[in-house]
Write a protein that binds this ligand. Structure first.
Ligand SMILES: Cc1cc2nc3c(=O)[nH]c(=O)nc-3n(C[C@H](O)[C@H](O)[C@H](O)COP(=O)(O)O)c2cc1C
Length: 212
């Protein structure tokens, strides 16, 4: 099926089959789409943490997701963990540079300096608050069609207590101090007893205006 058809067919279920168990293979196919997503400067500024229904962390996380019905029923929650500015500076940039082919060249050294200077600027500019969290949405977007292609239902979940989730993940040693919760998606099979909801979108003509 073409990607636009997959996007047309998919929905964010409000209710999931609470008995369905997603395979790790399917989870990894979906998180691979997130890994391949573009990011500013190509920095490796996010990773994923998957909390399956059987995980010991799930029960304690649910209230931080406001006990949303679909979250409690889904087979897995994929948390997109993003870097704070300090991690970008201290770890992500050096790591990215080390993976470049010509990393001892003046060109790469200058590029590294430019990234550091830009990110140090972004750190203090309110416009860039939550910069890396915004990038998490790119990962989320990339995963939508891949899940649908696999026959897995996915719902983006961002209506959560982000501050408390960050604290919980840190207290439980699931993230570092310089990381935070970016956003999340839940995976599983939709509850077939609940009819699909109507797809509501802006009219195509209103949505895109092309000026030739
Ligand atoms: C950034 C973002 C945050 C969202 N947060 C939630 C959420 O917390 N809970 C939920 O049930 N759905 C959430 N959704 C799903 C939207 O409600 C859903 O995408 C929208 O109603 C359109 O429906 P569709 O995806 O089925 O086409 C979120 C979607 C996005 C993109």
């Amino acid at each position: 099926m073409k990607i636009n058809e997959l996007l047309l067919n998919r929905e964010s279920p409000r209710s999931f089959d609470s008995n369905y168990i997603i395979s790790n293979e399917d989870i990894l196919t979906i998180t691979e789409a997130m890994r391949l997503s573009p990011s500013a400067y190509g920095l490796l500024s996010w990773r994923t943490l998957v909390i399956k229904r059987s995980s010991k962390f799930r029960e304690e996380l649910l209230p931080l997701f406001y006990n949303q019905k679909n979250v409690t029923e889904a087979s897995a929650i994929v948390l997109i963990i993003v870097s704070e500015f300090d991690k970008l500076i201290e770890k992500d940039i050096p790591q990215y540079v080390s993976l470049m082919d010509d990393n001892t060249s003046d060109r790469v050294k200058n590029y590294e300096k430019r990234m550091l200077s830009d990110i140090n600027y972004a750190k203090v500019d309110p416009y860039y608050v939550n910069w890396t969290s915004k990038e998490a949405f790119i990962a989320m977007g990339a995963s939508l069609a891949v899940a649908e292609e696999l026959g897995i239902d996915l719902c983006p979940i961002d209506g959560v207590n982000k501050k408390k989730i960050k604290e919980y993940l840190f207290e439980n040693k699931l993230i570092e101090a310089n990381e935070k919760f970016g956003s999340s998606v839940i995976l599983g099979k939709r509850n077939i007893d609940v009819p699909k909801k109507k797809k509501i979108r802006l009219d195509k003509k209103e949505f895109t205006k092309i000026h030739d």
